[in-house]
Design a protein around this ligand. Structure first.
Ligand code: SD4
Length: 319
């Protein structure tokens, strides 16, 4: 028997860990709890510009969602990317895991699968999200996404893409984050994790970040630990961030040490293209219930932790 614990990204992670902890307290498996937590954030349109409905669309004004799930007992996992008109992409990712021999479905295929599975097609826009899109005129923005493009040397991060032609809000404000990653340890000592996002705001149509990629945005293994990521997905993908952390945990590092090493690795990788900092953040949970989190400079990463009756919002160490 283990003491259940759950952690989630960003201040809205509190909504996630509260919902997840309710499930864990009832004895639910870690993956069910993490999914309940992620879905509570997907459903919350008051979390403006953020995860799920009402969040920032791509440059054509279309909201496309990415999500994945992973079960630490079996390494079963599922993922959807660039899927439109589905309210609960994390639940859809779980169906991919449970009902298909595949790990990942994208775009139209993911949408057809959702219909086949009985998910309703819905309009994901709110009055606020439409107004913000129109105000932002993202097509006028000249920045290109990081990709393998030449490094920017003006200190600006690619995450400023989120804001189109609008000035970016203060770092750490509720508006500049759009991914919830929820990691959970259940009473039986099993780990589960979910990651769900609308991706970078005003991204190029078709762009997929780290969040639905197993090993980048999420990795969960009962025999090592669970890790998740948020921030500039291109930088996280380059270093296989979450798998990197899981392997460090397997090799005996603490969750805190592993998250810090992943930030260092991300900065080193970004530095090879002249970019600093990488603007990424990681969180991790080991099978004993130890947690860790770290972010690179300027990521101003906060995360929520629920253990027993206690829910805390903590600030990650900057590397
Ligand atoms: C992405 N990692 O699509 C996500 C964005 C994010 O808080 O985490 N924002 O690249």
């Amino acid at each position: 028997m283990a003491d259940p614990i759950t952690i989630a990204t960003w201040p809205f992670g509190k909504t996630a860990v509260e919902a997840a902890m309710k499930e864990l307290a009832k004895g639910a498996p870690a993956l069910d709890a993490a999914l309940a937590g992620a879905q509570a954030v997907e459903d919350d349109t008051s979390i403006r510009n953020s995860v799920g409905f009402g969040s920032i669309p791509d440059r054509l004004g279309r909201l496309t969602l990415d999500a994945c799930v992973m079960d630490g007992r079996t390494l079963a996992c599922g993922s959807v990317a660039c899927v439109e008109h589905i309210r609960h992409p994390a639940a859809l990712a779980r169906r991919v895991m449970e009902k298909t021999p595949h790990v990942m479905l994208v775009g139209e295929g993911a949408k057809w699968f959702a219909l086949q599975q009985g998910f309703p097609l819905e309009m994901p826009y709110t009055a606020e999200s439409i107004k913000e899109f129109l105000d932002a005129h993202p097509d006028k923005k000249k920045d290109a996404p990081a990709g393998n493009a030449p490094a920017r040397r003006d200190g600006a991060s690619d995450i400023t893409l989120q804001w189109g032609s609008q000035p970016a809000p203060a770092p750490g404000s509720e508006f500049d984050h759009d991914t919830v990653t929820v990691l959970a340890l259940d009473k039986k000592g099993h780990l589960g994790g979910v990651c769900t996002t609308s991706g970078l705001g005003y991204k190029l149509p078709g762009r997929v970040g780290d969040s639905p990629i197993i090993g980048a945005g999420l990795y969960v293994d009962d025999l090592a630990g669970a890790a998740g990521a948020t921030g500039v997905g291109e930088e996280i993908i380059r270093i296989g961030g979450s798998l990197f952390i899981a392997e460090l945990l397997r090799a005996g590092k603490t969750p805190q040490e592993a998250c810090e090493l992943a930030c260092k690795r991300a900065n080193a990788a970004a530095g090879r293209r002249g970019v600093h900092p990488a603007r990424v953040a990681f969180l991790a949970l080991d099978p004993k219930g130890n947690v860790g989190a770290a972010c690179t400079e300027k990521a101003a990463f906060k995360y929520a932790v629920a253990r027993g009756d206690k829910v805390e919002l903590l600030t990650a160490k900057e590397i």
